[in-house]
Design a binder for this molecule. Structure first.
Ligand SMILES: Cc1cc2nc3c(=O)[nH]c(=O)nc-3n(C[C@H](O)[C@H](O)[C@H](O)COP(=O)(O)OP(=O)(O)OC[C@H]3O[C@@H](n4cnc5c(N)ncnc54)[C@H](O)[C@@H]3O)c2cc1C
Length: 319
């Protein structure tokens, strides 16, 4: 029997977000598992429609905004002590990466970041798969220490459709937390449409675009596909698009169905953020560019010539 603690996060509407629903699908896929989902604040409306196949409890923990990291670490630590899970699953988000690492330090456990698969054989312990060497290879780790603390890359699993109603229990450790850091303010990311990490289609632009204006063509293509716009670090560093769009080692990790890379060379640090996409489509004028080694489909050509007809064809097919 594998006992799992899954730490939920919310979207802007306060509902359980897509990354958490995907993590729930991962937990439901583990053999002989019993899942507790921890969420801060009031239980959201969507709690009654969770994929509850293996979820027995929704633990509502009290974490104030200003104590988001210290208090969350303390509360989740206490929940780990009371539920003795073999695995604690976080989303690969700022919150999951920070609190997950702190929890691993506190509990002297292994921390496996940015995993794309979690499996078990029905006994204690789990194996995880994570991209290594900038996404050029996948490594499988068996985690012996308990609990294994894991962050899961968005898009690695599809959210399930099953619904049900787990029992909802309040959890309060009663611990007084000394805050080493506090959040002094938050800035909501400006965004139209779907979140980059949740998009099924991502259209990313690089230095080969030559300036900020072409990103409007990429936005048109992303909108036509119902997707989101990404970028290489070179394009973000040049100030052509905000850093919140950066994909890669020091940016966001995405796993869309289709990742369209336009004017991007395919440096390992970029591929680290998109190599788990189901299909990569590259548009690049240099046939020797590394991106073509990673792409399932490639167009060798100048984006200025290729992209307008690509967009027109997508619109035609959609119509
Ligand atoms: C510690 C570290 C962390 C990093 N983190 C990241 C990260 O998170 N994300 C990231 O992206 N990078 C990251 N980098 C930078 C990375 O190494 C590359 O420098 C960067 O990804 C290059 O961006 P690019 O592909 O847009 O530019 P370039 O490598 O300059 O490639 C531009 C491409 O555009 C093509 N091109 C030019 N003109 C056209 C045209 N008209 N039509 C079609 N194609 C054209 C060229 O053939 C070329 O292949 C990191 C680097 C370090 C050292």
């Amino acid at each position: 029997m594998t006992s799992i603690l899954l730490v939920a996060e919310r979207d802007e509407q306060g509902e359980i977000n897509q990354s958490t629903l995907q993590a729930i699908a991962a937990a439901n896929g583990l053999l002989d598992a019993v899942v507790t989902v921890a969420i801060s604040g009031e239980a959201p409306a969507s709690a009654s429609a969770l994929a509850v196949e293996k979820i027995v409890t929704l633990a509502v923990v009290s974490i104030a905004d200003e104590g988001i990291y210290d208090q969350a670490t303390a509360e989740i630590s206490a929940l780990v002590e009371s539920t003795s899970p073999e695995v604690v699953i976080f989303s690969k988000s700022d919150f999951g990466s920070i609190v997950g690492a702190r929890l691993a330090f506190r509990s002297d456990s292994a921390f496996a970041a940015d995993c794309i698969e979690i499996s078990n054989d029905g006994g204690d312990g789990v194996s995880v798969t994570r991209p290594v060497y900038g996404g050029s290879a996948l490594a499988e780790f068996e985690i012996a220490s308990k609990p294994a603390i894991v962050t899961l890359r968005a898009g690695s699993y599809e959210a399930g459709n099953e619904t049900g109603s787990p029992s909802i229990e309040a959890f309060d450790s009663g611990a007084s937390v000394e805050q080493a850091a506090s959040v002094t303010g938050t800035v909501a990311e400006a965004r139209d449409g779907v979140r980059l990490e949740d998009a099924n289609f991502v259209v990313s632009g690089g230095r080969g675009l030559g300036g900020p204006e072409p990103f409007s063509v990429l936005t048109d293509l992303a909108n036509a596909l119902g997707g989101a716009v990404g970028a290489s670090r070179a394009a973000c560093d040049a100030g052509w698009i905000d850093h919140s769009h950066q994909v890669g080692l020091t940016g966001k990790s995405v796993s869309p169905d289709v990742y369209i890379a336009v004017g991007i060379s395919g440096a390992s640090q970029h591929m680290a953020g998109c190599s788990s996409s189901r299909a990569i489509v590259a548009i690049n004028k240099d046939a020797d560019s590394n991106i073509f080694k990673e792409a399932r489909f490639g167009i060798v050509g100048d984006w200025e010539k290729v992209l307008p007809s690509f967009l027109a064809t997508v619109r035609e097919l959609k119509a």
